[in-house]
Design a binder for this molecule. Structure first.
Ligand code: PGA
Length: 260
């Protein structure tokens, strides 16, 4: 029988470009970034998450490299009258590997709900896309000691529709909202504690999945703080916004990931 404590989680370093870089800039970035990447067995998984219009360029440029490509959102339905939306089968057709779901900017600015996310998670996993589910508390919620309650509500609701055997395919990014794009980072202790909380929440669903699920930290990760933030045992990588826009900075963050 497999000993759960021996499960090795390959770190994931993901670049969330948000609304930056069209196809031309995407190609330029990858021309600079890919040649420096060492795809040996001990490397982290590297994921680039460009805007929808740049996905095709990213997939083409990453072909033959170990770098994966993920979208930043998708609809839960496969098709239909949803103007402006993109579906999982469309992403799969392009050769996309994953999708960021529930980023706080989508939750706060575009009305993304946990109920919607529960449906999106099933759609993504069923289509073969790796979801990178984002969770995290506001500054106000942390101040009033609600961090655990917020994480619990988000993680348990967003994973609710997945079968237990699908859980290990999910990546979860803990992103405290007060640390996103602000230059503030969580302390290593805060990142470690929140990642451990998220893992315990997954454990309430399935113990084996809890050992396998990759839990990332996100929020002002930079080359200077990456090694420290990636060190805790329960932190299995990073979701990087601003610092992922520069090939040099993103390469330095990838290089700071612990080798598996
Ligand atoms: P940041 O963004 O690294 O610019 O703080 C992280 C994110 O929003 O995923």
């Amino acid at each position: 029988m497999e000993d759960d404590r021996l499960v090795i989680r390959v770190p994931v370093i993901a670049a969330n470009w948000k609304m930056h870089k069209g196809p031309t800039e995407t190609r330029q970035f990858l021309e600079g970034f890919l040649p420096g990447l060492h795809g040996d067995g001990g490397s982290p998984e590297v994921v680039i998450c460009p805007p929808f219009v740049s996905l095709e360029a990213a997939v083409a440029a990453c072909e033959g490299s170990p770098v994966e490509v993920a979208a930043q959102n998708m609809h839960f339905e496969e098709q239909g009258a949803y103007t402006g939306e993109v579906s999982a089968p469309m992403l799969v057709e392009l050769g996309v590997d994953g999708v960021v779901l529930g980023h706080s900017e989508r939750r706060q600015d575009f009305g993304e709900t946990d109920e919607n996310l529960a449906r999106k998670m099933v759609t993504a996993v069923s289509a073969g896309l790796t979801p990178i589910l984002c969770v995290g508390e506001t500054e106000e919620e942390r101040r009033s000691d609600e961090t655990e309650a917020v994480l619990s509500r988000q993680v348990l609701t967003d994973l609710a529709e997945l079968h237990d055997e699908q859980l290990e395919r999910v990546v979860i990014a803990y992103e405290p909202i007060w640390a996103i794009g602000t230059g503030l980072t969580a302390s290593v202790e805060q990142a470690e504690e929140a990642a451990a909380t998220v893992r315990e929440l997954v454990r309430t669903r399935d113990a084996e999945a809890a050992e396998k699920v990759r839990i990332l930290y996100g929020g002002s990760v930079k080359p200077e703080n990456a090694a420290e933030l990636l060190a805790p045992a329960d932190v299995d990588g990073a979701l990087v916004g601003g610092a992922s826009l520069s090939p040099e900075d993103f390469a330095a963050i990838v290089a700071a990931a612990p080798t598996s």
